[in-house]
Design a protein around this ligand. Structure first.
Ligand code: GTP
Ligand code: MG
Ligand code: ZN
Length: 339
């Protein structure tokens, strides 16, 4: 289907060379039941979803095949471009073997308390940071995602879903926050999966790109995919009435094709988004709205708290910088120090 399925000449050559290297150093035994000479010739595909030692891949004809992965193929995530070989027949639900993974143009990771840094998706062009009024809107989580996006150099889009739930108590605050992001220069979209409102604007932003929905569990990422692409028919679940939090319904990232040459990845929701894999200086830089003032502080090692002559604090006083952004910044820096 899309341009992303095709390996160019150089890539094909690299894949072949890597294969030959491996063939030379060790005999390849398929972890599936096939010997190397039973498998078809090398083809390219995109990883749709990954489950343990298996992955669903999409071939250049749009066919979905479940494959085994060679241990030598390295780590694999949704969005990866791979080289695979077809099996002679479907065996135990498996239809081929993934031999190699293409170099990635981007990789979104998230720190996991148990597993360390976990890759979420590869080769994405933009990240839709989805929030909602329920679970409660959190500018802290949005700012954490924005730091991660700046760090890996991927364009973020801020999405407020469940706009149908905005009432007079919460609407003014959320609109104020969204305005802050607009002023910084971020794309913002207010949508409702339930009412199918704002969806055209959203899909226009996705055209010709690979996009991913990220955000807290329960904000409606899968519901949005279902509204955009009804045949996706993803399972969704109510936000818990006790905690007001999502139930972690989606457990693996999955890539969906949209008609406008777009790919959209639904990802599992998070409870917290840690940033302890990013240096403090990088965090400061990632707050783009701070950049005009950085370097203007009296002291080089200014912590931008109560230090005299702090250009950031001054900018907040003069309403040139948003106070909540500076607060969120300090909460992120504090969490790095406690790691
Ligand atoms: N009122 C309203 N409810 C919505 C909207 N979008 C989603 N919901 C509801 O929010 C709940 C959570 O939706 P999901 O789509 O499962 O949320 P998710 O972000 O995919 O959650 P995880 O898979 O756990 O990360 C469901 O009960 C949805 O029906 C919306 O626009 N308005
Ligand atoms: Mg979901
Ligand atoms: Zn300062």
């Amino acid at each position: 289907m899309g341009r992303h399925n095709k390996l160019n000449k150089g890539q094909q050559r690299r894949v072949r060379q890597n294969m030959q290297k491996r063939l030379a150093t060790r005999e390849i035994k398929a972890e599936a039941e096939w010997s190397a000479d039973q498998l078809g010739s090398m083809e390219s595909a995109t990883v749709i979803s990954r489950f343990g030692q298996h992955a669903d891949i999409e071939t250049s004809d749009g066919e979905i095949l479940r494959c085994n992965m060679r241990r030598t193929a390295g780590s694999l995530v949704t969005g990866d471009f791979v080289a695979f070989r077809r099996a002679p027949q479907n065996e135990k639900g498996l239809q081929g073997v993934i031999e190699a993974v293409e170099e990635r143009t981007s990789l979104l990771t998230r720190p996991d308390m148990y597993d360390g840094i976990k890759p979420v998706a590869a080769n994405i062009d933009q990240i839709f940071v989805v929030s909602s009024p329920l679970p409660a809107f959190s500018s802290q989580i949005i700012d954490r995602y924005l730091v991660a996006c700046e760090d890996i150099g991927i364009r973020p889009v801020i999405v407020l879903n469940k706009a149908d739930l905005l009432d007079d108590t919460i609407r003014p605050y959320i609109e104020e926050r969204l305005d802050v992001y607009r002023k910084i220069g971020y794309q913002v979209a207010m949508v409702s999966a339930a009412k199918a409102s704002g969806i055209d604007q959203l899909t226009e932003l996705m055209a010709d790109n690979v996009s991913i929905f990220v955000g807290q569990s329960g904000v409606g990422k899968s519901s949005l995919v279902n509204t955009i692409l009804p045949q996706a028919d993803i399972v969704t679940a109510d936000v818990s009435s006790n905690s007001g939090l999502g139930q972690h319904t989606t457990t693996v990232a999955r890539l969906h094709r949209l008609p406008n040459n777009a790919a959209l990845i639904d990802s599992p929701g998070i409870r917290e988004f840690g940033l302890w894999h990013i240096e403090a200086d990088k965090v400061t830089w990632a707050f783009r709205d701070f950049r005009p003032f950085i370097g203007g502080c009296k002291f080089r090692d200014c912590k931008h708290l109560t230090d005299p002559g702090c250009a950031l604090q001054q900018a907040v006083l003069e309403e040139k910088l948003d106070a909540e952004r500076l607060e969120n910044y300090h909460r992120i820096i504090d969490s790095l120090e406690k790691k």
